[in-house]
Design a protein around this ligand. Structure first.
Ligand code: ADP
Ligand code: MG
Length: 704
């Protein structure tokens, strides 16, 4: 249960004056763009910070007002002149004066009766807005504020400017934010006193008040004390939550799982290649973890094509040798099925019983499989999210391997653990996108990391070229020739907005066009296709029955068809760097030369240009990941947008990387001293966790 003291901050926006259903919806989309429905909360509004400032402190006389600048001027209202009837393009003008001269207030499409009330002839008013020069005379179109002199205090001399969305005005936003600020309770301090003093940071509520009423441009900077404090709070909540998850996973004591090497040897003998030194090294690290009584929590990073799948199988084989079970979880059905196809022959060579469970396995067959799983008659289960479903129970799972982890959230990881019968399952997480150190910390906390630094021998580099879409014909010609020579190719269609449906239309159209030229040699896969159809197309591409596979980004992660050597990406400018790297990683998987053609629609923006260049310059996924982080925010690199993991609202990476490492150390020290967060500071920290919606972590505390 969330502490009472936070209740006002978790009230819906509609509890604010002036916010009805329409504005609430607009604000919700602005504040929580990744959530569907629900109502935005005050805390979300409070964490939506101004990006700039309108300074109305300049108080010139009319004659001193400088065109182009914001001025606040006290005037005597003179004559009104309304436009002639029906002449809507002529403005309504109000003449004003002071002792130095005259100026006009200009209103388009205005209501005369409203303006007569607002600006009564002969009265004094303070007006504030941008001054323009009209044929040598000053005027102020649509003043932002008009107040009577005795109401001068109502006029905000320093006005914060918030990021907005169509239909939402700055005024509405400011009024809402001010009300939210006024409802802030004084919260107990969760930060370490000396640390806060050293940084000169205000208390939380004071910091919130300050960020919403900036007094200078400097206060808008990320290193301004109030802002830095809130960013740190957010990072601390994140690091504390991760530390709690990690502790919880570690606490349920692990078990020693020691293989005999018998099955592993059989598999290795059946492989058409020898393991790389890197693969051998990583396996040793995994073996050592599994054999120890500690629970393994290891992240295996390997660039695309570095051969993670076989490492996973050999690790799982150890578990089977110890008469236990293992699970391999993939983010998509397509990948799960591919893993089954790849691994089955090798498992057969070793007598390992392997099966697949996705949402599609139903009825009797599913029942039988689950029965076998429960009785220990299955050794390895491969699957998708379906592995979480009720009724899935292992007899004795020793190892869970999670492939392409960044698509899963922390809670899913925990759910899989629960399936093991809570007996300290070892966990190996594999990511295809190399993750920069900073992001590792924010998303995984301190996991142990193994890296596959080496690619299998004999891989050719992939020739990468960028071409404007005007050269589509040329690309087609070359493709035709390559296909005649027996090559296989992918053709990836653009991501249109974030909408699956539009992606599909684009892919279908391209498919139709390519079919005209290549006939039955072309296949199409996309996310909206029924699973069985997808499989059939993938299968015929694997078996080289079709030469050209038109696809949406469903093939982004993990697909492995070594014979494919050409990757065409349409509208490459719309993809992120890491995503392009993943896509390119689908080729260059054999000894044949491979090519990646990045088609783009000119003109290229700066960032898109930098992205395509980076891709041409290097194939090193780690270098690309660092570059990607520089070019965009952290959340996107990991694909957290899709996975629904919370992104930071105030903190930002890599900008706040120093605060991040401080927060990590802080979280460690906190839990070392007060593991249950039960001391005075601990209680306050619980409030922090709720405040930043890390409720999940609190549940872990309770579970103890
Ligand atoms: P990823 O790390 O991207 O998941 P995969 O596990 O799909 O890569 O491996 C890519 C390809 O390399 C597969 O066809 C796999 O069989 C092959 N492979 C893996 N290890 C080696 C090796 N040591 N030598 C040669 N080929 C290998
Ligand atoms: Mg893979």
């Amino acid at each position: 249960m969330r502490p009472q003291i936070l209740t006002p901050l978790f009230a819906g926006l509609r509890t604010l004056d002036g916010i009805g259903p329409r504005l609430q919806t607009l604000m919700r989309r602005l504040l929580t763009p990744h959530e569907q429905g629900g109502e935005a909360k005050l805390i979300e509004l409070l964490l939506h910070l101004p990006v700039s400032l309108i300074d109305r402190r300049a108080r010139p006389k009319i004659a001193e007002a400088i065109p182009g600048q914001i001025a606040t001027i006290e005037v005597i209202v003179g004559a009104h002149s309304a436009p002639p009837r029906g002449q809507r393009r002529i403005p309504y003008r109000v003449s004003c004066s002071d002792e130095t001269g005259y100026m006009e207030l200009i209103f388009f499409h205005a209501s005369a009766s409203y303006l007569q009330k607002l600006l009564p002839v002969g009265e004094r008013r303070i007006v504030s807005g941008r001054i323009e020069d009209y044929a040598g005379r000053p005027q102020m179109p649509h003043p932002d504020h008009v107040v009577a002199p005795d109401k001068a205090d109502d006029l905000p001399l320093l006005e914060p400017v918030y990021p907005l969305t169509a239909g939402l005005s700055g005024k509405t936003m400011r009024k809402a934010a001010l009300q939210a600020v006024a409802r802030l309770p004084e919260l107990p301090e969760w930060q370490d006193g000396p640390w806060r003093a050293k940084n000169g940071w205000p208390e939380f509520a004071a910091a919130m008040r300050a960020v919403h009423s900036p007094q200078s441009e400097a206060e808008l900077l990320a290193n301004a004390p109030a802002r830095a404090r809130i960013a740190y709070d957010e990072l601390l909540a994140n690091q504390l939550a991760l530390a709690l998850v990690r502790k919880r996973l570690r606490k349920s004591a692990g078990r020693a799982t020691k293989g005999t090497g018998v099955l592993r040897e059989k598999i290795v003998n059946a492989l058409p290649f020898t393991l790389t030194a890197s693969q051998g090294q990583v396996l040793q690290e995994i073996d050592a973890d599994m054999a120890s009584a500690h629970r393994m929590l290891r992240l295996l990073q390997g660039d695309v094509g570095s051969g993670k799948t076989i490492v996973a199988l050999l690790a799982m084989a150890s578990a089977v040798e110890a008469k236990r079970q293992a699970a391999l979880m993939a983010p998509t059905e397509l990948l799960a099925r591919q893993h089954l196809n790849t691994l089955t022959p090798w498992c057969e060579a070793a007598g390992i019983r392997i099966a697949l469970l996705t949402g599609r396995e139903k009825g009797k067959q599913r029942e039988r499989m689950l029965g076998q799983l429960n009785d220990g008659e299955l050794d390895i289960l491969i699957g998708t999210h379906a592995l979480f479903q009720d009724g899935v129970a292992f007899k004795d799972m020793a190892l869970a391997v999670i492939d392409e982890q960044h698509r899963f959230g922390v809670h899913q990881r925990l759910a899989l653990q629960a399936k093991s019968g809570a007996r300290g399952t070892d966990v190996l997480v594999m990511t295809a996108t190399p993750i920069p150190r900073t992001l590792l910390l924010t998303h995984y906390g301190d996991m142990d990391v193994s890296k596959l630094l080496e690619k299998p021998a004999g891989r050719q580099s992939v020739t990468t070229r960028a071409m404007p879409e005007t050269r589509l014909g040329e690309v087609m010609d070359r493709l035709e020739k390559a296909i005649c020579d027996g090559s296989q190719a992918y053709w990836v269609c653009p991501l249109v907005e974030q909408s699956d449906v539009l992606d599909v239309t684009a892919a279908e159209q391209r498919y139709a066009a390519l079919q005209k030229r290549f006939g039955g040699k072309v296949g199409l896969v996309h996310g909206q296709m029924p699973g069985a159809e997808k499989d059939a197309v993938m299968q015929s591409f694997c078996e080289n029955e079709i030469s050209l596979l038109v696809a949406t980004t469903v093939i982004e992660v993990g697909v492995d068809v070594p014979n494919a050597t050409i990757m065409v990406i349409e509208h490459a400018e719309r993809f992120g760097l890491a995503q392009l790297h993943q896509l390119r990683g689908r080729v260059g998987r054999s000894r044949e030369k491979s090519a990646c053609i990045l088609m783009y629609k000119p003109p290229l923006g700066d960032t898109a240009h930098a992205r395509l260049n980076a891709l041409r310059e290097t194939e090193d996924g780690f270098a690309i990941a660092e570059q990607d982080l520089r070019l965009r925010g952290g959340g996107e690199v990991l694909g957290t947008r899709q996975s629904g993991l919370p992104e930071f609202r105030v903190a930002a990476l890599p900008r706040d990387v120093e605060l991040l490492s401080a927060a990590r150390d802080d979280a460690k020290a906190i839990l070392a001293r007060d593991a249950q967060l039960s001391g005075e500071r601990g209680e306050a920290l619980r409030i922090l966790l709720y405040l930043f919606e890390r409720d999940e972590a609190i549940r872990l505390l309770k579970a103890g």
